[in-house]
Ligand binder design. Structure first.
Ligand code: NAD
Length: 344
């Protein structure tokens, strides 16, 4: 069993110019690591790289990854690069398999060539699909059935399998962090999600309250939940960033792969979120109720006890108030106005 020590050692963050990657770079640097951001800037922005070195490159380009691993003497990789929209993955599964699965294949080849044996993957609760979060179910753990309901979820599960096989074959060690609903922005307003046409509930509620964006239609209020709306587990990106650092610092067993849920274990309904948004923003966002969206499970809440035991990680910043407040500050900041990606 071996343990990496920070002391300025270089860690590559693929996708480190994106929403979660930028925040993770900050947490890494604070913990004493030297972040090396490797990003093709398809969705990330150079201005989001505030902590560490920057290399513009694509994870599917094995030579470019190899070159960066060698140049910076990288000891471990946090792999966040990829595409993440469930809806777009239905329309363009080819792109999702290319960036997420083929991209991970190239990364693993380069890591093997350069004898880099530690990897942390940003995975997703999308690997579980609809079967895990039935109306009567409480929080579910990592052994819940995996039946992803979108090509995006398929690529995340395929990536986990690929990494697990790589570890067994070549003696590497890896942890996949299965994020539940990532939300919020940097508490100092330095980074956040730059998508103007964000489809997630909280940014859309904030845009509605700010009088921007489309009016909100909620997807169904007739689920078998206490108030009829869907229940989700919202996790602040500051907590996600700390989970990456904890995973990196854990003792590693050669050949071992482990997947861990990263959530709070507490579910909030859509109407809970609206109530908090009203309190924090000082006005109730306008919304209408539409039909259910196909494939939306009624309840998705993590049993996050395994990550507490394995890494000693627990959420600290994931209250709904904190999430709504930081996202609100971010979306009306000068930085957001300057960096926001136009609707695609
Ligand atoms: N945000 C969420 O709600 C959420 C939830 C679960 C899992 N995840 C996973 O976390 C990771 C990061 O998500 P995010 O929200 O920061 O997304 P993001 O789109 O903000 O960041 C992804 C980054 O990857 C880069 N990228 C994409 N394809 C690349 C390629 N082929 N080579 C190099 N760089 C590439 C983009 O430019 C971008 O900067 C993703 O893998 C995503 O699937 C995100």
């Amino acid at each position: 069993m071996s343990k990496l020590a920070p002391a300025g050692a270089a860690v590559m963050l693929t996708g480190g110019a994106g929403y979660i990657g930028a925040q993770t770079a900050r947490a890494l640097e604070m913990a004493g690591w030297r972040p090396v951001i490797f990003d093709n800037l398809s969705f990330g922005r150079r201005e989001m790289v505030r902590w560490g070195e920057f290399v513009q490159g694509d994870v599917r380009d094995v030579d470019a990854v190899r070159e960066a691993l060698k140049r910076y003497e990288v000891v471990a990789v946090l792999h966040l690069a990829g595409l993440k929209s469930v809806g777009l993955s239905v329309a363009r599964p080819d792109l999702y398999y290319d960036h997420n699965v083929a991209g991970t294949g190239s990364l693993l080849s380069a890591m093997r060539d350069c004898c880099v044996n530690r990897l942390v993957l940003s995975s997703s609760a999308a690997v579980y699909g609809v079967s895990a979060g039935g109306a009567a179910d409480g929080p579910f753990d990592e052994d819940a059935p995996k039946s992803p309901s979108s090509p995006y979820g398929h690529t995340k599960l395929a990536t986990e399998w690929m990494i697990s096989a790589h570890c067994q074959a070549f003696g590497a060690s890896a942890i996949a962090l299965r994020f539940f609903n990532a939300a919020g922005a940097d508490a100092d307003g330095l980074t956040g999600d730059i998508r103007r046409d964000n489809t997630h509930l909280i940014p859309r509620l904030i845009d509605a309250a700010l009088g921007q964006g489309e009016p909100i239609t909620l997807f169904g209020d007739d689920y078998d939940t206490p108030d009829g709306s869907c229940i989700r587990d919202y996790i602040h990106i500051g907590d996600l960033a700390r989970a990456h650092v904890a995973a990196l610092s854990a003792p590693a067993i050669p050949g071992a792969f482990e997947a861990l849920n990263v959530g709070t274990g507490v579910g909030h309904s859509v109407f809970d979120v609206i109530d908090v948004a009203e309190r924090v923003l000082g006005r109730r966002p306008d919304f209408t109720i539409g039909p259910r969206r196909p494939g939306d499970p009624p309840r998705l809440v993590a049993d996050a006890s395994r990550i507490r035991g394995a890494l000693g990680w627990a959420p600290k910043e994931s209250t709904l108030d904190m999430i709504v407040e930081t996202e609100f500050n971010w979306r009306r900041s000068e930085m957001f106005r300057r960096l926001a990606l136009p609707p695609r």
